[in-house]
Design a protein around this ligand. Sequence first.
Ligand SMILES: *[C@@H]1O[C@H](CO)[C@@H](O)[C@H](O)[C@H]1NC(C)=O
Ligand SMILES: *[C@@H]1O[C@H](CO)[C@@H](O)[C@H](O)[C@H]1NC(C)=O
Length: 391
Amino acid sequence: MFLPLLRLFQCFLLFGFCSSSSISYENLNIAIVSGYGKMPRNVQIELQRSLIWFKNAISVRKFEKSITSTELLNVYPKFSWINIQTAEKAQDLHVNSLEFAKLLEMSNFVILINRDIQKCQIDSELLANAKPLTPEGLNRPKFAIMNVCQNFQFSNFFDLFRHEILHALGFGLFIPFEDSIPNRYYNWWTPKGTQNVSQIFMDFSKRAKRVVSSHFNCSTIFGVEADGFKKNHLNEYIFGNELMTPNLESGQNYFSEISAAILEETYFGEKPWYKVNRKYTIEESQKYWYGKNFGCNFIKFSCWKFLETAGNKLTFPFCSINNERYCLITPTYKIRLSLKNCQQTFNHQTQITENGLKAFPGATFSNSIHRFCPIDKNFINIPKNHRIELC
Ligand SMILES: *[C@@H]1O[C@H](CO)[C@@H](O)[C@H](O)[C@H]1NC(C)=O
Ligand SMILES: *[C@@H]1O[C@H](CO)[C@@H](O)[C@H](O)[C@H]1NC(C)=O
């Protein structure tokens, strides 16, 4: 009885606090369990690649006890044969088999595949969605549900699964105990007049706010703008091809320091649930280029104000003649940016954006996702090994 107390005392003296990170965190080992069998081969391969990515990129708080078949059957009772996919392999196993129990024991987070046909039908563009099951007390979640729609034409399942599994861990889905940053109203400026619009901010984003300030070069932001009142995602218009915006691009979506900071801050209790391995994610985070140094006029006023005050700097993917001095550099060729992908002809009259903006009559630019701004519609297809530089 005496010994543990002594050890506790010693470690207070030596380290200032008691658990060093090597003791209470371990690599995130995810098991995906499905009673519906495997997905198409190309999709299943991308799912496995994403699990390998999580294993390297994210560490989680250790539980004292490993996950058991009995626990699994409580939350996923319908099936007796199950396909289990881990970072290492995929197997069809009986829920009562020893191998199945072993694979569960080696995992520290389990995602249950669900088919919510109704949800997929209501929104024909939905690819997948995921959320954690309510954890016990202040612990991190152990189980999550992922619904994958039978919509297998998409070209970037690796990013899709990274995005959904981050939600499964809780990204954008928990509500903090302390007050959130209040919503703000401001005047959205355009050459045709102004409109009163809202700004809603992400929770768990104290540190992410500093990262956003530095990425956009604007020290006076109020918070990290969310995509509407649910606060599930980073705002699409502001953050573009960041991984945690609601619309995934078919080109690269970057897991930046912004999302990494929000994930690490998403927890209850004394110690973070998750840690991001910067060695593994820093390169991708540094490559995240959308909005870099766009300044306060972009993030606090409007794309129009930004374009008007941009001087001679690159505004891509927002359209200005400045961009014509720049080239898209691919591994095999380079091509000058042009304005020909900027003008789009939608009928916007009935559209309203997530921040409450209505299109001005006669607007001929992008749709509500990009707040009717002039934006180069090709930017969503730019793969990760391409850069934009002065020609
Ligand atoms: C903008 O709209 C909100 C909500 O409708 C309102 O509370 C606020 O006073 C308005 N602000 C201005 C400047 O009109
Ligand atoms: C950042 O903003 C400041 C103040 O507006 C400006 O002087 C500076 O040139 C900007 N830096 C970059 C890299 O755009």
